[in-house]
Design a protein around this ligand. Structure first.
Ligand SMILES: [Zn+2]
Length: 336
């Protein structure tokens, strides 16, 4: 990503009782956005699906079907350059070990998948954030390194979990060549505005028999959510596509194409568990650290679980292709 293009981040104007560490805004004006060609096929010929937060367009490329945000924020990662004290408050109970993170089940599933391919070795996690994922890999036989461009997140990941984190963008970090056995991007690749450049940079540092693990939200699932809400509830959700931060919305097909055109062979694609985000934060704030009382969550949890199980049946019906019901997609690849 181009650090010279940093926009001036403006503090969040989200609900006043709900303080998050990030700097996302409710509405973005056109001077905060830019247009870009499809990063998969290079064309600029799109069908508009919807707009979010004012000016952010959710579009589908007419040539390759990749869904992307166009116009998108000039520098979407700037929302992560928040204040340490806000992140500290947001994660206080998780850091002290009093609460788990609502994504821990997802992270453990990811680590189990990775362990099947590479139970030991040099492990690089790209876009480590505060280290919520990498902290669960600490007691395994991996030698862990994280890389995170946000200085505040980087500092917290070191302080909270003792993780070894490099404060940079991967493309600029000068890491040793053919060194890593495992490279992961967990809930990261959808944020990246230069996927070719990042995948090429990984190709230089991953061993020939190394494993690239990428997990993204399923773009088709977001299309499905949006369509259902519009048709049956008669309203749109402002954040079906989280367009202020998720700039690409991959399907299993577009993700595979993106990875393979950059010199990798995909060896497995799978449907990952849904993220069971507690609904509690709608009422009291504290997104990560307070699980909701069961009576608030059970319908949503059951709905997400049911869709997840149905998505496996849907995949069988589609002959192996991942359809609209799968919440998240995992792709495992090796250098070709
Ligand atoms: Zn395209």
């Amino acid at each position: 990503m181009n650090q010279e293009q940093h926009i001036e981040a403006t503090p969040s104007i989200e609900s006043s009782d709900y303080k998050r560490g990030g700097l996302q805004k409710n509405v973005y004006s056109s001077h905060e956005t830019t247009t870009w060609n499809c990063p998969l096929c290079g064309h600029h010929d799109d069908t508009v699906i919807k707009y979010e937060r004012g000016t952010l367009g959710v579009v589908e490329c007419r040539h390759c079907s990749l869904i992307r945000i166009n116009p998108r924020l000039i520098n979407p990662d700037a929302i992560y350059h928040g204040q340490e004290k806000d992140y500290n408050e947001e994660f206080r109970l998780i850091v002290s070990g009093k609460q788990s993170h609502h994504r821990d089940k997802n992270y453990r599933e990811d680590l189990n998948t990775i362990r099947k391919y590479k139970p030991r070795g040099e492990f690089l996690d790209i876009g480590t954030n505060v280290g919520s994922f990498l902290r669960l890999a600490r007691d395994q036989q991996w030698n862990l390194t994280g890389i995170e461009p946000s200085q505040s997140l980087n500092k917290l990941a070191r302080e909270w979990w003792g993780l070894n984190i490099i404060n940079n963008f991967l493309e600029k970090a000068n890491l040793p060549e053919k060194y890593f056995d495992i490279v992961t991007m967990t809930d990261v690749f959808e944020h990246i505005i230069n996927p070719d450049e990042v995948l090429q940079a990984i190709l230089k540092i991953i061993k020939k028999d190394g494993v690239l693990f990428i997990k993204v939200p399923n773009g088709k699932f977001n299309v499905y959510k949006h369509a259902i809400r519009k048709k049956f509830l008669g309203r749109e959700n402002a954040d079906d596509f989280d367009s202020y931060e998720h700039v690409c919305h991959y399907s299993d097909i577009t993700l595979r194409k993106m990875i393979e055109k950059n010199g990798y062979k995909v060896i497995e694609t799978k449907i990952a568990l849904p993220v069971q985000l507690p609904v509690w934060h709608k009422y009291v704030g504290q997104y990560y650290q307070y699980p909701s009382p069961f009576f608030l969550d059970w319908k949503t949890y059951l709905g997400r679980s049911t869709l997840y199980h149905l998505s496996k049946i849907e995949r069988l019906i589609l002959g192996g292709q991942i359809g609209h019901l799968a919440p998240n997609i995992i792709c495992i690849a090796r250098p070709n």
